[in-house]
Design a protein around this ligand. Structure first.
Ligand code: NAD
Ligand code: LMR
Length: 316
C-alpha cells in the first residue's frame, strides 16, 4: 500500500457524484494499492445530503477509503488535494443548450479556481465536469495564477466514449477495437467527433450525416429519454480521464486541455484535441494533416469557445 492520496469531489450530493465517488473509492483512478482521503464539497443547503452519501460510503466498507470529509468550506475541501473533480454546478434541462448555464455556473469556478490556487497540492490535477465544462475550466484556470494552466482540464472523454460506442454499435465490433479516435472543440453540439485517422471502416455518409450529430447531441437525447442529464456515464468518463492522465496512454484519447496554439486553436482556450498522456501530462498529437472538412468543423467549434470566452471576460 502507498500513502493515501486526497481527492476532492464537488457537487457531492448530486447525481454524478453518486456514481463517481464509488468508482474513486474502488481504486479506479489511482489504483488498487492507493488509499484515498475523500473530500466532499457541497453548498450549505446540500451538506446534509452529502453527509448521507458519506454514510453510505462508510456502509460500503471499501478497503481503500482512509477518510471522508464533508464540507461547504473551500479551504477544507481543497487543502493539499491531489485531484479535484469539479462536478458541482447546475445541469441543463430540456430545451437548454449547455452555454445557457454560463451565467448560473460561471461564478462557481472563479471561487474554486482561487481556492485551488491557494490550498491544493502544487501538482494538483483539476477536471471540470460542470457545464459548460470547457469555459468553466478556463475560468478556474485563470483564477489560479500560481498553477500551470495545463493542470486544468475539461471533460470531453464522454464524447470520446460516445464516439467509440456508436462505432461499435454500427459495426458489431468492440469499443476497444478502434484506434485514433478523437473529438475536437467544445463539449457542445458544435463538437467534431473525428474518425479520419481511425481504423473504423464505416460508410462516410452515415458518419457525417448520422454519427456526428448523434454523438454531438447525445447529452440532449439522454435528457429527453431519461428525464435528467447523464450521470453514470459522465462519472465513468471522468474516471477514465483522470486515470489516463495519471497513468498514461498508448493510443489517442480525447481530453479538453489548454491549447498551445496547435491547429489554429487560440492559445489558452480549453479545447478537445487528440491527445496522449505521457509522464503524467497530456500532449496534443502533433503534425496531423487536416482536410477542409476537418478544418471547417474544428473552426466552427472553436468559434463557439471564443464566444463563450468573450461572455465570461469579467470572470477571467
Ligand atoms: P446535480 O444537480 O444532480 O448535482 C449538482 C450538485 O452540485 C448539487 O448537489 C448542488 O448542490 C451542487 N453544487 C452546486 N453549486 C455548488 C458549489 N458551488 N459547490 C459545490 N457543490 C455545488 O447535477 P449532476 O447531474 O451531478 O451534474 C453536475 C454538472 O455536470 C452539471 O453542470 C451537468 O450539466 C454537468 N455534466 C457534464 C458532463 C460532461 O461530460 N462534461 C456530463 C454530464 C453532466
Ligand atoms: C452530457 O453530455 O450528457 C452532459 O454534458 C449533460 C448535458 O447537458 O448534455
Amino acid at each position: 500500500m502507498t500513502q493515501p492520496v486526497k481527492i476532492t469531489v464537488t457537487g457531492a450530493a448530486g447525481n454524478i457524484a453518486y456514481s463517481l465517488l464509488w468508482r474513486i473509492a474502488a481504486g479506479d483512478v489511482y489504483g488498487k494499492d492507493t488509499p484515498v482521503d475523500l473530500a466532499l464539497l457541497e453548498i450549505p443547503a446540500a451538506v446534509e445530503k452529502a453527509q448521507g452519501v458519506a454514510m453510505e460510503l462508510n456502509d460500503s466498507a471499501l478497503p481503500l477509503v482512509n477518510s471522508i470529509t464533508v464540507t461547504d468550506d473551500l479551504k477544507e475541501a481543497f487543502e493539499n488535494t491531489s485531484a479535484a473533480f469539479l462536478v458541482g454546478a447546475r445541469p441543463r434541462s430540456k430545451g437548454m443548450e449547455r452555454a445557457d448555464l454560463l451565467e448560473a455556473n460561471g461564478a462557481i469556478f472563479t471561487k474554486q479556481g482561487k481556492a485551488i490556487n491557494d490550498y491544493a497540492a502544487r501538482d494538483v490535477r483539476v477536471l471540470v465536469v460542470g457545464n459548460p465544462a470547457n469555459t468553466n475550466a478556463l475560468i478556474a484556470a485563470n483564477n489560479a495564477p500560481d498553477l500551470d494552466n495545463s493542470q486544468f482540464n475539461a471533460l470531453m472523454r464522454l464524447d470520446h466514449n460516445r464516439t467509440l460506442s456508436q462505432l461499435a454499435l454500427k459495426t458489431g465490433k468492440s469499443t476497444t477495437d478502434f484506434t485514433k479516435v478523437a473529438v475536437w472543440g467544445n463539449h457542445s453540439a458544435s463538437q467534431f467527433p473525428d474518425i479520419t485517422y481511425s481504423n473504423a471502416e464505416v460508410d462516410q455518409d452515415w458518419y457525417r450525416e448520422e454519427m456526428i450529430p448523434k454523438v454531438a447531441k447525445r447529452g440532449a437525447e439522454i435528457i429527453e429519454v431519461r428525464g435528467s442529464s447523464s450521470a453514470a456515464s459522465a462519472a465513468s468518463a471522468a474516471v477514465d480521464h483522470m486515470h489516463d492522465w495519471i497513468h498514461g496512454t498508448e493510443d489517442w484519447r480525447t481530453a479538453a486541455v489548454p491549447s498551445d496554439g496547435s491547429y489554429g486553436v487560440d492559445e489558452g482556450l480549453i479545447c478537445g484535441f487528440p491527445t496522449v498522456s505521457r509522464n503524467g501530462q497530456w500532449e496534443i498529437v502533433q503534425g496531423l494533416e487536416l482536410t477542409d472538412f476537418q478544418k471547417e468543423r474544428i473552426e466552427a467549434s472553436v468559434a463557439e469557445l471564443r464566444e463563450e470566452r468573450k461572455a465570461v471576460a469579467d470572470l477571467l
